[in-house]
Design a protein around this ligand. Sequence first.
Ligand code: NCD
Ligand code: ZN
Length: 350
Amino acid sequence: MTLSRLEIIRPDDWHLHLRDGDALASVIGHTARQFARAIVMPNLKPPVTTVAQAEDYRRRILASLPAGSRFQPLMTLYLTETTPPAEIVRAKASDSVVAVKYYPAGATTNSQSGVRELSHVYPVLEAMEKHDLPLLLHGEVTDPDIDIFDRERVFIERHLMPLREKFPALRMVLEHITTHDAVQFVHAAPTHVAATITAHHLLLNRNALFEGGMRPHNYCAPILKRETHRAALLQAATSGDPHFFLGTDSAPHPREAKETDCGCAGLYTAHAALELYAEAFDQAGRLDKLEAFASFHGPDFYRLPRNADRIVLERTPWIVPEEYPLAGSTCKPMRAGESVAWSVVDTAIA
Ligand code: NCD
Ligand code: ZN
């Protein structure tokens, strides 16, 4: 029997880029429509490196919400080689910062201030382990001699395995995983080591980068991988394993910043996030596992309450607009001009 309606506890997005200013105002409604909370990435210009900056950013997000929205932004700090361990104590004491984000310098959008050498931040990681503040990892090496499709696998071997040994109690999330290797590593780890998976990495493989020509809107970090990896991610996401949970990594860029020489990395998926995940789970014949992945495993990892209200999805196709406004420009969303099989029809059932 094909399921045509699905009612689940309201989900959260455990990895999201909201940007700032007019861009923030353009995109926030899409996320607030379906998610109760989101972990907000700190890669602004300049990056959000202190609790004071995170609290200011949080206030700007709350001020840009549609009237009546109860959406809660969960803030993160951007780890740099000059982050003082005292900032971790301040973060732990705040009620707004829930994690610290590691970017390898040069890996992705606004990562210039990221970490060049992991050992330089060991004192901060020690403080995080001691105060039990999770580390969110952009798990890629950036060495020019490593093939771009191997960046995640090599990061796991060279950096993540030693990090696990050095800081065994540190809670970690390997963000937006893209490979079979990451699935295996996280699956075998204790549950205080987890991973987020994006909708686009569940639905697309690297052929989508070159379908009929160069497709800059499918370019993201970490880059799409071959089909065997996509299949491993889909298996992990739909397995019911609590190590894996929803993180869209929705990352809006103005169209002109992607359709250019040296275009930016990032897919915009917030407009249809849960609907795209539903498609992926449906493809795997595992819609029954969507609720745990989208609404249970994330709060359990972060030790936050699960949401209480519910959201309803129906198998009703709709056509995604060609573009959405983004500050003074536009943003081309995933599936632009094409159909998405599921619709969120009711988001306010108590
Ligand atoms: C993100 C962005 O644009 O901020 N881009 C992306 O491709 N995912 C940064 C990131 O998470 O790597
Ligand atoms: Zn991201």
